[in-house]
Write a protein that binds this ligand. Structure first.
Ligand code: ATP
Length: 324
């Protein structure tokens, strides 16, 4: 009987469990045994694993987080530890390793292929949705929905008190979450790192909202642009004589990353998992699952290294047309 390994690595996100379930159930369907490694690459090095069968993944589809736990493991950057990891994989008779992770995890996995000729397969996940080579990564849709729901609530207060409010969303260096959340909440201003706006333009937009009799404005701020605290301080200083009132801010933080995955994430994670196992069974090696032009594809794992995806300008323009 063939054996494969699976792990989750890097930051957690909703949909990881749905993907683990899909990998395990597809493997079971085709009579392949699955070993789940705990805490990402840490579990490979420490030989910490459990056998995952059909039943062991019951009831997890709708749960956030990951039953395999996840971690960042600096030791994996050292050859000696990767060798140890490979010895463990070899001793368990594992034929291929499925890594549900971001591009950092894919780089780590690729080294197992390069140094030891292990077949490694990447399944993309990150709420930031910036992995190069795929238009979708597991977790993004739920993060957008989580942020949208929170901003809808903040908007009630903002409108009632006629305030200007800055809401900082996640995304690290990338603006995908902010862009989609800005559109979904009808934000007056959306600030993303890929298309920066000078401070005087932001100021003009706020004043325009006032002139239009709006009384309030929501600014969705990607964390990669600046901190909400910093931006609020600057704007409060610059607009202090303009009868705007105090500009307040909220950092949404980890609530964006947790909770039950959206239907879209459950479905995409399931499709990614099934597709990855089936493509492996067809004999493909060292690939990542990619979603492009509405289709699932496989691409060389290394395609995602050293590059990140950026939002297209048309999406950004839509926000501009619909906001101020
Ligand atoms: P995300 O950033 O979306 O949370 P990620 O997979 O990009 O996911 P990283 O923290 O970059 O997250 O990487 C996860 C783990 O992958 C690291 O802790 C490390 O164990 C391994 N890794 C990352 N880069 C390398 C590398 N260049 N060489 C070896 N291992 C690496």
């Amino acid at each position: 009987m063939k054996r494969i390994g699976v792990l989750t690595s890097g930051g957690d996100c909703p949909g990881l469990n749905a993907c683990i379930r899909a990998v395990v159930r597809t493997a079971s369907y085709y009579n392949i045994e699955v070993i789940g490694f705990m805490r990402g690459f840490k579990g490979l090095i420490d030989n910490d694993y459990k056998v995952l069968d059909y039943k062991s993944v019951a009831g997890i589809l709708q749960r956030g987080g990951t039953i395999l736990l996840t971690a960042r493991e600096p030791r994996f950057k050292e050859y000696s530890y990767r060798k140890k990891a490979f010895e463990n994989i070899k001793n368990l008779g594992i034929d291929a390793l499925f890594v549900i992770g971001g591009n950092g995890s894919f780089q780590g996995a690729y080294l197992l292929h390069k140094d030891f000729d292990l077949n490694v397969i990447g399944i993309p996940k990150t709420i930031d949705n910036d992995i190069y080579g795929t238009e979708y990564a597991i977790g993004f849709d739920t993060a957008v929905n989580n942020a949208m729901e929170a901003i809808d609530k903040i908007k009630d207060t903002t409108m009632s008190h006629e305030r200007v409010f800055i809401v900082e969303v996640m995304g690290r260096d990338s603006g995908f979450i902010a862009l989609e959340v800005g559109m979904a909440t009808g934000a007056e201003i959306t600030l993303i790192p890929e298309y920066p706006l000078p401070i005087h333009v932001i100021e003009e937009k706020i004043l325009k909202a006032k002139e239009m009799g709006k009384g309030f404005a929501i600014i969705v701020l990607a964390e990669g642009v600046a901190s909400a605290k910093e931006l609020a301080e600057i704007l409060n200083q610059r607009l202090k004589d303009k009868s705007i009132g105090e500009i307040r801010y909220q950092v949404l933080g980890y609530i964006q990353r947790g909770g039950s995955p959206s239907a879209y994430d459950r479905i995409m994670a399931s499709k990614f998992g099934v597709f990855a196992v089936e493509k492996y069974m067809e004999g493909n090696k060292n690939f990542m699952v990619a979603y492009e032009d509405g289709q699932l594809k496989i691409k060389p794992l290394e395609i995602s290294f050293g590059k990140i995806r950026i939002p297209n300008i048309q999406e950004y323009e839509i926000n501009n047309i619909l906001s101020l």
